[in-house]
Design a binder for this molecule. Structure first.
Ligand code: HEM
Ligand code: HEM
Length: 230
């Protein structure tokens, strides 16, 4: 954690194994696998075990918050400023991928980086809409002020139809329904993003002859060769 390879600005060197360099610091690795576990738990418990679902969802939110801070103050391969690229560079990289001549990156490649941003933003949105749904609505227990404040005889007696017109129950139900829909859409979008993410990891692993998933466990990758981006 304290060596220059994980926290400083120099490219990763000096890993324990020969020919390997340390790339992912322990916090990034723990973050990643804890996120996978919390996300999977939130998915599997949705509409099944609500307290576990919410706990897992808040864990996801906490992990994303941590990663945002670590992306600003962490080491070379954790810092957003180092690996998040603009659209031009990202598209150029994707074009190279299609032509099968993309360079090997020791850290996140530009396409992987764009995916990481998409994953973090979508996770934050999913957790945020979940939290909004779970928060008790302060308006739900508020007494009906029109019944209390209006002096007797100044307003016509209300009927059941009026409730529908004013949409008291309906509006709240609708708001919750919309939130739930957004929550679901984001959660489903996450599945698509995760599939693309894992597909990208497998593709890059095959192309560059290294097991990137294992690298996310050990933190080590093959030392950069000529033409690699360190
Ligand atoms: C078992 C399935 C998964 C595998 C094998 C996997 C593997 C990886 C690997 C190898 C990287 C580093 C990519 C690189 O070399 O540039 C990575 C990064 C990342 N993955 Fe996954 N991943 C999996 C599932 C997920 C899921 C489910 C999520 C989100 C819920 C996720 C979110 C991320 C994020 C945010 C990063 C960036 C890591 C960082 O820099 O902090 N991954 N993943
Ligand atoms: C970020 C991780 C999360 C994921 C992947 C996720 C995913 C889901 C999914 C797939 C559903 C089922 C929707 C359906 O089919 O009806 C759901 C429902 C729900 N989630 Fe989440 N969620 C997450 C976080 C949260 C959080 C943080 C909370 C609140 C603290 C929350 C509260 C809820 C509630 C209240 C429902 C509706 C349950 C019902 O009325 O049946 N979720 N979530």
């Amino acid at each position: 954690m304290t060596d220059a390879t994980t926290t400083g600005d120099t490219p990763g060197t000096n890993a324990g194994s020969p020919g390997k360099v340390r790339v992912w610091d322990p916090l990034v690795r723990v973050f990643h696998w804890a996120l996978v576990a919390a996300f999977a738990t939130a998915w599997l418990t949705a509409e099944e075990v609500q307290p576990v679902h919410e706990f897992a969802g808040y864990t996801v939110a906490g992990l994303v918050a941590f990663r945002l801070v670590w992306g600003l103050v962490g080491g070379r391969y954790a810092r957003f400023a180092r690996f998040v690229k603009g659209p031009r560079e990202t598209l150029a990289y994707l074009g190279d991928m299609v032509r099968g001549k993309e360079r090997r990156y020791l850290g996140h490649n530009p396409a992987g980086a764009a995916m990481i941003v998409a994953l973090l933003v979508t996770l934050a949105g999913t957790a945020f809409t979940g939290w909004l749904m779970a928060e008790p609505d302060p308006g739900a227990t508020r007494p009906d002020m029109s019944q209390i404040a209006a002096p007797a005889g100044t307003s016509p007696a209300r009927t059941d139809d009026d409730a529908g017109e004013y949409g008291e129950e309906g509006e709240r139900g609708e708001a919750d329904g919309t939130l739930k829909e957004i929550h679901e859409v984001l959660a489903n979008l996450m599945l698509l993003l995760v599939a693309l993410h894992v597909g990208g990891v497998v593709l890059a692993s095959v192309r560059h002859h290294e097991n990137l998933a294992r690298a996310m466990v050990t933190g080590e990758k093959r030392a950069p060769g000529p033409g690699d981006v360190a």
